[in-house]
Write a protein that binds this ligand. Structure first.
Ligand code: HEC
Length: 226
């Protein structure tokens, strides 16, 4: 019995030894658990059409959740240069009446310069003029055709409107004006505001006039009851 066992062990040993040596020196040899070497890789942004944690054949494709392409967590700041970081920071004011009032003290991160006003004019003529009119008097074609009435004039009723509130309105919308957050990047919103400030002054670029309006609103905001 003992002899036979020894004999079997030798045979097994030789078989194992033989299988571990192959003629190809670069071969890693036999893999006993290939899944550990090559785990199934999920590529980002590839829709595999299923969520292994929550999958049902009857689900519409749009309902299926792919684990590889999740949205970033709220408040995530994209990696980028210092120059663009200021536009990437989360917006601090809520989409509420209180948030709107508080946004009066929000300052533009870009300079009040002729150059930025010129960039803003291009955006204004494409995206705002049809409602607000060429001079910002609220007489764009959508207004004169009777679709939206009572659009306020920048140099009239809105002459003292601070830039922070303008940005709030562009971001969330106000009354019959929709949000422009999906059409304009934060930087573009501030640029078009530079041109609205020119229109507040009757179309003239004045270096310090908007600052005066801002200072007045700042004082109002500071004196406002809590
Ligand atoms: C569909 C028409 C329409 C378009 C397009 C539009 N607006 Fe307006 N906008 C309005 C109306 C209506 C109001 C008045 C909202 C209210 O006070 O109820 C308004 C108000 C404003 C105000 C005053 C907001 C405040 O806080 O009182 C600003 C500033 C403004 N718009 C800027 C812009 C700019 C800049 C654009 C282009 C990017 C634009 N709007 C595009 C219709 C429009």
């Amino acid at each position: 019995m003992n002899k036979r066992r020894t004999y079997l062990l030798i045979v097994a040993g030789v078989a194992l030894g033989a299988s571990s040596c192959t003629t190809d020196k670069n071969s890693p040899g036999t893999e006993y658990m290939p899944d550990m070497y090559r785990s199934p890789a999920i590529e980002a942004y590839v829709d595999y059409g299923m969520d292994p944690y929550n999958f049902s054949d009857s689900m519409a494709v749009s309902q299926r959740n792919t684990p590889s392409a999740r949205k970033p967590v709220a408040g995530t700041i994209p990696y980028g240069s210092q120059e663009n970081l200021v536009f990437a920071l989360p917006y601090a004011y809520d989409n509420t009446t209180d948030g709107y009032e508080a946004s009066a003290v929000n300052r533009s991160p870009i300079a009040h310069s002729q150059e930025n006003a010129d960039k803003g004019k291009v955006i204004y003529e494409r995206m705002c003029k049809h409602c607000h009119g060429a001079k910002g008097e609220g007489d764009g074609t959508i207004s004169t055709n009777g679709f939206i009435l009572g659009i306020p004039s920048y140099s009239g009723k809105l002459a003292d409107l601070p830039e922070g509130k303008m940005y709030h309105t562009l971001t969330f919308g106000k009354g019959l004006m929709g949000s422009h957050a999906s059409q304009l990047t934060p930087k573009e919103r501030w640029e078009v505001i530079e041109y609205v400030k020119v229109l507040q002054n009757g179309g003239k670029f004045v270096a310090d006039a908007p600052a005066a309006a801002v200072a007045e609103n700042l004082a109002d905001a500071e004196n406002a009851p809590e």
